[in-house]
Design a protein around this ligand. Structure first.
Ligand SMILES: Nc1ncnc2c1ncn2[C@@H]1O[C@H](COP(=O)(O)OP(=O)(O)OP(=O)(O)O)[C@@H](O)[C@H]1O
Length: 505
């Protein structure tokens, strides 16, 4: 038998109150694309952080081509031939591509030489990049290219990718997969984390499934269905969101000719946006990231003010008032960026519950926080939304991405909004938790709320929304009923075929 590239033996990592990895054992061969699957909090990120030298195991060993491998720091892992593309990008907007790449390298060559190398390597791998462009001007897909090229310049033998496709358009996913297949053909290995099981089936020949930190299964994804893989992850039969058709009620959210200038040098302006959402309705807004999603959410939440009459809530003008006043009226929002925007990383879940729930849950009385009540509110969210954490005292930062997402969305839904606006509600969330969040949005609408779901996941929009509109360069297309809408028509709308309804129909 040939020696595996990387062999993990009995890896264990404990955090206070949680065993993140327990006795994890598996091999990754040379030239193998290996999927790491598991629910939110199953321990995937912890495992790859141990391989990349960011976290030290409490027990267990790793071998690299048969030799003992104990990276103490990422630089050491990189020197052995391990590279990692993270879920969250670590790039500086105000620097160009070459400067950003240089920052992440251990021994960068002179910048001109590096720029030439970036052009060469990026073209060779089918991910063309202009080294002189400012990162702030790049799309999410292009930013990811910067991270990938930075890794490839180190000529790694093992490339770790943590949910690489969640920010990509379907076309960008195709391009990325071509690159990954080329790497495999060159004998390089890839460890691939994703919740998108169809992608796993298309790309990977081996999968290791983690549940609660333990290996619970191994599979050849090509021989499985997305459903069977998901069921392996959760250990039970999957629940499909269901909806009941109901006649919509009165208009709760009305946006009229909303225009706003960009809020930062790299922001998008909003251009004459019109939206009407009635009680019981869900409007899905699709579009490639960076086309005004964050700005639209900001304009609806009140973080960005507009003309008084541009936003109305149940007929009342609210464009000029801030987030707290809008919350009081029942307009709640959950932004996309969970660590730092939706939740304060170093604050406990109780404190984070207070941040948005203070008014509606009456957590503050005569200027004093009622901590007992606040903790109970946080605990209700944790319980109802199955947030896997030791308790409400835990800092938001310590939760796995998907579990924090469940908390953030649950915190708003439990405040019984009359209008809820969410951006990427199931970003990085596993299949069963995503189904639970979507069901909660459907239930909220069925109970009479108006809901706006901004998402890059078209399947998600088709599953929950009654109507669909596309955001393109800050303009919103006229909404169309989701029923009967095809992917081709959606593609046209996303591409900006606004008003071209005959061509799209
Ligand atoms: N620094 C930390 N301190 C305390 N607990 C942690 C820390 N990092 C992770 N954990 C816990 O370890 C467990 C595994 O988390 P991990 O992030 O590895 O899961 P994951 O499978 O990557 O999840 P997701 O798909 O949601 O990103 C979780 O219960 C998490 O709360």
């Amino acid at each position: 038998m040939t020696t595996p590239l990387l062999s993990l033996q009995g890896l264990t990592k404990e955090y206070p109150g949680v065993v993140a990895n327990s006795d994890v054992t598996f091999d990754i061969g040379e030239g193998e694309v290996h999927a790491l699957l598991g629910e939110n909090g199953a321990g995937k990120s912890t495992l790859v952080k141990m391989i990349y030298g960011l976290v030290r195991p409490n027990a267990g060993t790793m071998r690299w081509r048969g030799e003992a491998y104990e990276p103490h720091a990422p630089a050491q892992a990189r020197a052995s031939g391990v590279a990692m593309v993270f879920q969250h990008f670590s790039l500086f907007d105000a620097m160009d591509v070459a400067e950003n790449v240089a920052l992440g390298m251990d021994n960068p060559p002179p910048i001109r030489e590096l720029a030439a190398k970036i052009t060469e390597v990026s073209n060779n791998y089918g991910l063309p990049l202009d080294p002189d462009r400012m990162v702030g001007d790049l799309s999410a897909g292009e930013r990811q290219r910067v991270e990938i090229i930075r890794c490839l310049l180190q000529d790694p033998q093992l490339l770790i990718m943590d949910e690489p496709t969640s920010v990509l358009t379907p076309q960008e996913v195709d391009i990325l997969f071509r690159t990954l297949r080329q790497l495999r053909a060159e004998g390089k290995s890839i460890l691939y984390i994703s919740h998108k099981l169809e992608e796993i089936r298309a790309l990977c020949e081996n999968a290791t499934v983690l549940r609660l930190g333990k290996v619970v299964g191994k599979a050849d994804p090509r021989q499985e269905s997305a459903r069977s893989l998901a069921e392996m992850m959760v250990g039970q039969v999957l629940h499909q969101p269901s909806r009941e058709a109901a006649a919509p009620g009165k208009t709760l959210l009305e946006v009229t000719n909303l225009s706003l200038p960009p809020q930062s040098a790299f922001g998008t302006s909003l251009k004459e946006i019109n939206i009407t959402v009635r009680a019981g309705e869900i409007l899905g807004i699709g579009g490639v990231a960076g086309n005004g999603q964050d700005e639209l959410l900001g304009a609806l939440s009140g973080e960005m003010r507009s003309a008084r009459e541009a936003v109305r809530m149940a007929g009342e003008p609210v464009g000029h008032i801030g987030p707290t006043a809008r919350r009081a009226l029942g307009l709640l929002c959950a932004p996309e960026e969970r660590l730092g925007h939706a939740a304060a990383p170093d604050m406990s879940l109780s404190e984070n519950a207070l941040l948005t729930g203070a008014y509606r849950e009456r957590l503050v009385k005569r200027g004093f926080v009622n901590w007992g009540k606040t903790r109970k509110f946080a605990e209700r969210v944790i319980e109802t939304f199955d947030v896997r954490t030791p308790g409400a005292h835990v800092a938001a930062r310590a939760l796995s991405g998907g579990n924090l997402q469940k908390f953030v969305i649950g915190r708003e839904i439990m405040q019984r909004p009359s209008v809820l606006v969410v951006n990427q509600p199931t970003w990085g969330v596993d299949a069963s938790a995503a189904a639970a969040i979507r069901q909660a949005l459907l239930d909220l609408a069925a109970a009479g709320a108006a809901v706006v779901v901004i998402s890059q996941d078209l399947d998600e929009i088709l599953e929950v929304a009654d109507s669909f509109a596309a955001l393109n360069a800050g303009r919103l297309s006229a909404p169309r009923p989701v029923q009967g809408l095809t992917m081709d028509q959606i593609g046209l709308l996303l591409g900006g075929a606004e008003g071209d309804s005959d061509a799209a129909a």
